[in-house]
Design a protein around this ligand. Structure first.
Ligand code: MSP
Length: 534
């Protein structure tokens, strides 16, 4: 694994038609966890998110709210900022599709496709779902309705500009064959390949019935299709078409975590090292449509698209009409941000769909966080305080051979952890990465039962074994504090504080024996209060 290779991690740009819910937060938390993980290993990371502000959906929603689309977007985007701030999402760049530099670059891109003969004018007759901002053919529909929104699409008939998408079926198939991991997971890649083999139809990329979008250069009666505009953010935010630095607009927005390393780098430094995180419903746009646009403009496709599944709630589709929408902030406020992240990362729709069940949430929280990690760190540090005045003993041999073997098992789990996490995260298996960490949590809790420091402490002849056990438990607590950094950032900080250590970089702290003998810890405190169930 080359940790000097840059990685550009993106979330979709969410529509500003409504407040964000669990689904959007899930994509963003996956992206945030990846970004934090690679940063903690010292890899250059650029993490982008933003807002999708054009198109008919926003136009209609603003009108219904009695305002103009830009005023409406300005109002909603603030809620995005607030949510990401409250969830401590560590993005570097926030782009709005109404940013001027973006609109200008979209026009340049469109002109380029036109100059290359990839755009033509024709009659557009389509079934258009405003919810998806996407057209469907009759055979895509289920009982005449959009498969995602379950609504009857609009019939549209107007003269439009088309992009020759049909020319790219074979180039896309070739690209996918040459880069088998460009769509993850494999099952979703196969779905795309299957559809490509059926051939592609040209895509309408302009509209005349409303004017909320990027103006078509050369024909002001048209605005560009919202997806055509929005997908381009991934390159415009990097300064395309100039290969210079990031445009200040993108960074200025509210890029509170503006990474100094990101700002000074040109387009070609980050592109095509992009990993787009998306939900399964927008994989088609992010692979077929987006890559064809790029190929048409002689720009390399991104390295990967990771398409996750969807959440259901207690076995039902999540939606306003059912009144079962999970609000991430409510969960975070009630239990903690890290509790929210843990459940999403551990049981969320990373590969297939997933079900948000309150009972599972509580069980995971109590078993893994309160009784697992929380209990381990808390009792380890309290015992260290009680038996050694909070000063870590030096490592020493156990007099009892069985205990020596048990410590050996802890050490070998620690020794393998860094490489295992890298492998898991490289494959986007955040759930399995957590499982690797929790293997150590469980083994260490077992180690407490095996060594029984509270019994050893009663027998002055066992002082050496007590010191050896407490050294091991303090080391494991430190390693775990570092290991959870990308997944549970608040908990990582708390563990570091309680241990009086620097909060973790994964580069050098995931190793045994980094705690100097005599190191004095801070004050232990419970990490997770158990959720009482009656
Ligand atoms: N604006 C487009 C994306 C343009 S990117 C250039 C868009 N926006 S969206 O606001 O609809 O957000 C879509 C994202 O939220 C998708 O990744 C989608 O999968 C995710 N989710 C929406 N509901 C969801 C669930 N119930 N479960 C999980 N994620 C879901 O599409």
């Amino acid at each position: 694994m080359d940790l000097t290779q840059p990685i550009y991690i993106t979330t979709p740009l969410y529509y500003v038609n409504d407040e964000l819910h669990l689904g959007h937060s899930t994509t963003t938390i996956y992206a945030d966890t990846l970004a934090r993980f690679w940063r903690a290993l010292g890899r250059p990371v650029l993490f982008l998110t933003g807002s999708d502000e054009h198109g008919q959906k926003i136009f209609d929603t603003a009108k219904a709210a009695g305002t103009d689309p830009k005023t409406f977007a300005d109002r909603i985007v603030v809620k995005f900022f607030e949510l990401w701030e409250a969830l401590d999402i560590s993005y570097d760049v926030f782009i709005r599709t109404t940013d001027k530099f973006h609109e200008d670059a979209v026009q340049v891109f469109f002109k380029r496709l036109k100059d290359k003969g990839l755009v033509f004018k024709d009659m557009y007759r389509a079934l258009y779902c405003v919810g998806c901002e996407t057209n469907y053919t009759a055979k895509d529909l289920v009982d005449g309705k959009c498969p995602v929104h379950k609504t009857v699409p609009q019939k549209i008939e107007e003269e439009n500009y088309f992009f020759k998408l049909s020319a790219f079926a074979q180039p896309l198939l070739d690209h996918i064959a040459a880069h088998p991991d460009c769509i993850v997971p494999e099952g979703r890649r196969n779905e795309i390949v299957g559809k490509l083999k059926e051939g592609l139809i040209d895509a309408s990329v302009s509209r005349t019935k409303f004017d909320w979008g990027v103006r078509m250069p050369g024909d002001e009666a048209h605005v560009l299709w919202v997806w055509f505009d929005a997908l381009l953010n991934y390159v415009t935010a990097l300064g395309w078409p100039d290969s210079g630095n990031l445009p200040t607009g993108a960074i200025a927005g509210r890029a509170r975590h503006a990474a100094p390393a990101a700002k000074g780098k040109p387009f070609v430094y980050w592109w095509p090292q992009a990993v787009h995180l998306v939900g399964k419903d927008i994989l088609w746009h992010h692979s077929v449509v987006w890559w064809s646009m790029l190929m048409g403009a002689d720009i390399a496709p991104p390295r990967q698209v990771l398409a996750h599944g969807w959440w259901q709630v207690e076995g039902d589709k999540m939606g306003k009409s059912l009144g079962n929408v999970i609000k991430p902030l409510e969960v975070a406020n009630k239990y903690s941000r890290d509790a929210l992240r843990y459940f999403i990362l551990r049981e969320g729709p990373l590969r297939g769909d997933a079900d948000w069940r309150q009972l599972n949430f509580v069980n995971r929280y109590n078993a893994d966080l309160a009784n697992g990690l929380g209990n381990l760190v808390n009792r380890s540090l309290n015992m260290l305080l009680k038996y050694f005045g909070g000063a870590a003993p030096a490592e020493m041999p156990f007099a009892d051979g069985k205990l020596e073997t048990a410590r050996g098992e802890l050490k070998s789990l620690v020794a393998g952890l860094r490489e295992e996490l890298i492998a898991r995260m490289n494959a986007f298996e955040m759930d399995n990465a957590l499982e690797a960490i929790w293997k150590l949590v469980r083994r260490a809790n077992l180690f407490v039962d095996e060594t029984k420091p509270f019994s050893l402490a009663k027998d002055p002849a066992r002082k050496q074994d007590l010191a050896a056990a407490m050294h091991a438990l303090t080391e494991v607590s430190r390693v775990l504090g570092a290991a959870v950094t990308p997944f549970l950032p608040d908990t990582a900080v708390k563990i570091a504080e309680q241990l009086a250590c620097k909060p973790g970089s994964l580069a050098d702290e995931l190793a045994w024996g980094k705690l100097p003998a005599g190191h004095k810890i801070g004050t232990p405190a419970a990490l997770f209060a158990r959720i009482e169930t009656t």
